[in-house]
Design a protein around this ligand. Structure first.
Ligand SMILES: Cc1cc2nc3c(=O)[nH]c(=O)nc-3n(C[C@H](O)[C@H](O)[C@H](O)COP(=O)(O)OP(=O)(O)OC[C@H]3O[C@@H](n4cnc5c(N)ncnc54)[C@H](O)[C@@H]3O)c2cc1C
Length: 155
């Protein structure tokens, strides 16, 4: 298992989940004067973006992709916030203060924010509700700055 940071490492915040909550967590840490390293692990390949417009203005073509992003890419660079997109946390070693990624990298931290959101909840209700489709959208990119389109998953 690869390791990032030694046992004595301090002053590194790891944020699991690069959605709105994760991004706001990183922004708030900087606003509060946190000077340490901030690493955001995001399972999606897109930088933090707003989801609500996906089913509204963006779906209707009234909003460009750039307007969905919470902050431009340069912001994270300027704020020294490391976005590690397309990287999923698999395990948390609380005693060892490490987050282990799917690639088996152990990232030491002395601050940990879990901002992994929640999946849609399926209703177990009688027909016709149970037979109705729930449609939700996820923003999809091939690369962090690549071409994208809202993806609709029906379940
Ligand atoms: C199409 C759509 C429309 C919506 N419209 C509205 C609305 O009108 N009003 C409203 O109030 N809310 C709306 N919502 C809900 C709102 O967008 C969510 O409440 C909000 O996105 C939650 O933000 P979050 O950061 O907590 O979680 P999320 O946005 O779910 O972000 C969590 C992130 O963590 C990542 N993640 C999960 N597990 C891991 C892991 N192990 N390692 C690394 N990363 C991980 C996920 O991939 C995800 O990117 C809508 C949602 C959708 C999808």
């Amino acid at each position: 298992m690869a390791a990032s940071g030694g046992a004595g490492l301090a002053n590194r915040a790891v944020i699991v989940g690069a959605g709105e909550a994760g991004a706001q967590g990183a922004i708030s840490l900087r606003q509060a004067g946190f000077k340490g390293e901030i690493i955001m692990l995001g399972a999606e390949t897109a930088p933090p973006y707003q989801r609500p417009p996906l089913s509204k203005a963006y779906l209707k073509g009234e909003l460009t992709q750039e307007r969905l992003y919470l902050r431009p890419a340069a912001f994270y660079e300027k704020q020294d916030i490391t976005l590690r997109l397309g990287e999923r946390a698999r395990h948390i070693d609380r005693a060892g203060q490490k987050v282990v990624t799917e690639k088996e990298e152990a990232i030491s931290n002395d601050r940990l924010l879990l901002a992994t959101g929640a999946p849609p909840r399926h209703l177990h209700a009688p027909a016709p509700i149970s037979t109705a489709s729930t449609i939700y959208a996820r923003f999809r990119t091939r690369t962090p700055c690549g071409r994208s389109s809202p993806a609709k998953d029906a379940s």
